[in-house]
Design a protein around this ligand. Structure first.
Ligand code: COA
Length: 344
């Protein structure tokens, strides 16, 4: 198995970025913070009350971890102002009232929601990346970023991908690594969103997985061989997404639509898409919706023995990553390193 995690860690070390972990109440997070700074992966800020964190984690060395308590931090007022300004005119879907009536309401809110607090630190440039989700849902972890960090220039969709690491030599995956997107965030993306997912996944492949991306837009059809016009129109959707992605990112190698075998098996690619420079050689795979993506990555994991690293969030203007609530300390350390690389 390619030791991609060690490559990611050593690349992260050279960058010396600052990553905020808002979940100081979670022991795994505190332990990971301590180990990440001991490994020099990044500078790490944990949010919470220092005395309480020390009391709850007596065996953890916090000497090199920066602990910030939002309750006493002098910048809290600045962050509250930033939130109020950023969300002016936005209506709370549940109550029908403005999200924040005034700056005081914004302040009260960030003192309850440290993920939003951390997103504002990121927006202010006080940290370089944000990792959360050990004890919060995906929606509660991503929403602050979606609301105040927004998307990267040229991208309108925040999405995710998995870096899939091969357990053995594989003739269909000579790099030993592949990227699958989007298996975790966008439920039923349209053609424009799929084009964004393709461009962002190519960036993840290059920046984090360290491979030169060759992007395949996946379908049950190859270059018009099948159609589902009576049902979901997913074939024309992938064709349109391919066209949009090529126009938006002419420097990235993208082609489709392909069945998976036409994307990875040279003999099938040659037969079904003889003019394509991607067919039979793809290493980045874009799925038509979350059903296909989520099922696909789990098949590779369970039947193929692939290790799935992620989901890695992509497309934010500044890096934010969501942990699984079942994560362990090592998982958190890996995500800290990935987030530092995304901040490059
Ligand atoms: C991503 C997700 C959390 C957003 O949910 P939400 O908070 O209800 O989103 P909303 O529709 O209220 O949108 C909030 C803001 O984010 C924006 N937004 C939502 N999804 C976005 C996306 N994928 N990319 C960019 N912006 C997005 C909206 O435009 C909105 O902006 P605004 O408030 O400034 O106008 C939601 O799509 C989700 O839960 N996805 C599935 C995640 C999941 O359960 N995965 C399973 C894990 S395997």
């Amino acid at each position: 198995m390619k030791d991609i995690l060690n490559e990611i860690k050593s690349n992260a070390k050279a960058l010396n970025k600052t990553i905020v972990l808002p979940e100081g109440e979670d022991k795994r997070v505190v332990k990971a913070a301590s180990l990440a700074v001991a490994e020099n992966l990044a500078k790490v800020v944990v949010l919470g009350n220092e005395e309480e964190i020390k009391k709850a984690n007596p065996d953890v060395d916090l000497s090199k971890v920066i602990v910030i308590d939002p309750v006493t931090n002098e910048k809290t007022a600045v962050y509250a102002e930033m939130l109020f300004e950023a969300r002016k005119g936005k209506i709370n879907k549940k109550t029908g009232a403005p999200e924040y009536a005034d700056v005081d309401a914004a302040k009260a809110s960030i003192l309850k929601d440290y993920t939003m607090y951390a997103a504002l630190m990121l927006k202010a440039g006080d940290v370089d990346g944000l990792v959360s989700g050990a004890c919060h849902s995906t929606a509660n972890t991503l929403r602050p970023g979606l609301q105040v960090i927004k998307t990267a220039p040229g991208i309108n969709t925040v999405s995710s991908s998995f870096i899939m690491i091969s357990p053995r030599e594989n003739e269909y995956n000579p790099d030993g690594v592949a990227v699958f997107g989007d298996c975790a965030i966008n439920i039923e993306p349209d053609a424009n969103q799929i084009a964004d997912i393709a461009i962002s996944s190519a960036e993840t492949a290059e920046k984090i997985a360290g491979i030169e991306p060759r992007v395949a837009m996946l379908s049950f059809s190859t270059k018009g061989s099948g159609n589902d016009d009576k049902f979901f129109k997913s074939v024309p959707k992938m064709q349109e997404a391919t066209k949009i992605a090529k126009e938006l990112a002419p420097n990235i190698k993208i082609d489709g639509e392909f069945q998976f075998d036409a994307a990875v098996a040279p003999e099938v690619g040659l037969l079904k898409a003889p003019d394509s420079e991607i067919a039979g050689k793809a290493n980045v795979f874009i799925f038509p919706n979350i059903n296909a993506g989520n099922i696909g990555y789990k098949i590779a994991q369970r039947f193929g023995g692939y290790m799935a690293l992620g989901p890695i969030c992509q497309g934010f203007a500044k890096p934010i990553n969501d942990l699984s609530r079942g994560c362990n300390v090592e998982d958190i350390i890996a995500v800290i390193a990935i987030t530092a690389l995304q901040a490059k």
